[in-house]
Design a protein around this ligand. Sequence first.
Ligand SMILES: O=C(O)CCC(=O)C(=O)O
Ligand SMILES: [Fe+2]
Ligand SMILES: [Zn+2]
Ligand SMILES: [Zn+2]
Length: 646
Amino acid sequence: FCVAPPPMAAAPLYCVCRQPYDFNRFMIECDICKDWFHGSCVQVVEHHAADIDVYHCPNCEPIHGPSMMKKRNNWHRHDYTEPNDGTRPVQAGTAVFVQELQTRSFASGDEILVPMHGSQVTQCYLEREGFHYPIVVHDLDGLGLKLPPPLFSVSDVEHYVGANKVIDVIDVARQADSKLKLGEFVKYYYQPERSKVLNLISLEFSDTKMSNLVEVPEIARKMSWVENYWPDDSFFPKPFVQKYCLMGMKNSYTDFHIDFGGTSVWYHVLWGEKIFYLIKPTKANLALYESWSSSPNQSEIFFGDKVDKCYKCVVKQGTTIFLPTGWIHAVLTSQDSMAFGGNFLHNLNIGMQLRCYEMERRLKTPDLFKFPYFEAICWYVANNLLETLKELREDNCQPQGYLVDGVKALISSLKTWLRREVRECFEVPDNIRPSRLIKALTKEIRYLEDESNKAGKSQGSAEWPLARSSLEKGYQAQRAARRKLPSNLDVLELHTLEVLKRLEVGPLEEVKRPTSPSTADAIQGMLSMAGLLCQQASAGGDILQQHWWSSQGNSNSNSSSDTWDSSEPCSAPRSPEGEDGSLGEEYSYRESSLSPPLHPSKRHAPNPTPISNQATKGKRPKKGQATTKQRLGKIMKMSRHKGLFL
Ligand SMILES: O=C(O)CCC(=O)C(=O)O
Ligand SMILES: [Fe+2]
Ligand SMILES: [Zn+2]
Ligand SMILES: [Zn+2]
């Protein structure tokens, strides 16, 4: 039998219902009468069709007997009918794989996870410390995350979202994606014996009644590019990727991937348990990931074995985890689970976001698996950051380092996109003059560099114009600190650090992860006691110091994407602590007015029809993309964010 859209003749009629072909509905062909049948009319769901060898429709069944099912020959291959002659390797997601995964050893997540209290996860904290390591939150107080009650069930989701909602579900053992209605999934979920492990990770519910039950963590709302920069009147539909409900059956496995567009992501496990396998997005790891992603036998290679370190992190119920930009992760759902999550782009790691996006392009990731209108949003962001830079310049105030780096990376990508010869998906918004915008941004950056060079030449004296008002005294402090001009403030700062170092139980040089909030807050507390409000201070080290997460020294205006694209051999991953591993080399303290201000044009869009990637909306492939037949014939590799077709 086959499952395919039949050839389009003069609107022929099909199925027991005698309806014309509808692209949006799954159909199956009877191997006897050759007519086509809607899965829903003959009670065959798409993922079950994969188990049918010879299909007999309800008309033919009385004469020819029931359909014949495929025979299972193995438990370790996506195609369970392959003969088990011991020659073929184990593939990701199969029963054998999941069993073996549990016996593998990993570095402990404790080495990298930053445990924080909900109230500590603030924009200020992330701007100060950077967002380079996963954060775990056990005490949700102050996180601004609203959730349904802990006993909220799979059938409650059906109640709020609607049984007819078409969803994309992953058949884990085949790592294949298929569509079914939420009602069918829920029915299957509650069956006492399940023959398949199904994982639902792509149910975006912003446009459903369930939306009111969940509020995204405040940090994800505050930092989100879409929330801050997507204009009300955008020609492009607003992307909705911030509210997912994940319902996974025990032993679901999602193979290693980077979330679409290099989005950062939060997950909260409402009940059940998920195990995250985490890999740092070092240059070396990203290069390995890219070649693994494009290798033909990807499913037979456990990516965790290819890298220096893969961390295992068990996320128990009631826990929230935040993954920063670019972190490569796989997820095992160790018990039936319900989790909520959401993705967001932000200003803290713009260079890395762009590198992830460029990688998706090189890997030819289909649009359905990418951040919707990623380039459009970059243009909006660039437009807004230009205003930010101008305002800061007019106020004689220097932008934070991450923002300068981000804008440089953005300029470099925007230039590339503008130069693209074939404008296959030209996403420059109408009201933006791209060349003019790039020029203006470049000018702002050049201005900042000139100032910084001038300051460098005349070390020791404050080069910036005197503050115009007492309000700006803080700015002076920031400038001095940022540019490493020795000042009284720096002396005090060094002293403070010295004191703190002595207060620490162990030598800070051995801290193997970013400063814990308590240390950072202690620093901040002391400095604020000293009446200092500032940012990006760095004691002793060079502010331009390179970390494993930054592609190049800040002085290179062409930094991120260019370096990433270059064919130079990968350098070994750097230690997260920077060159000497000391805490003191870069920490910061600030006043909130220095967060990139939101441009007045930024208001929330009124709620147009949500659009999203395939993961989110359970849409049918668009014209020109894989059809049902292709999708079952050439089984699509899963992972909504990886999006490779075999
Ligand atoms: O829970 C899962 O199986 C996958 C979660 C994840 O990483 C994702 O949805 O991007
Ligand atoms: Fe993910
Ligand atoms: Zn029908
Ligand atoms: Zn038939």
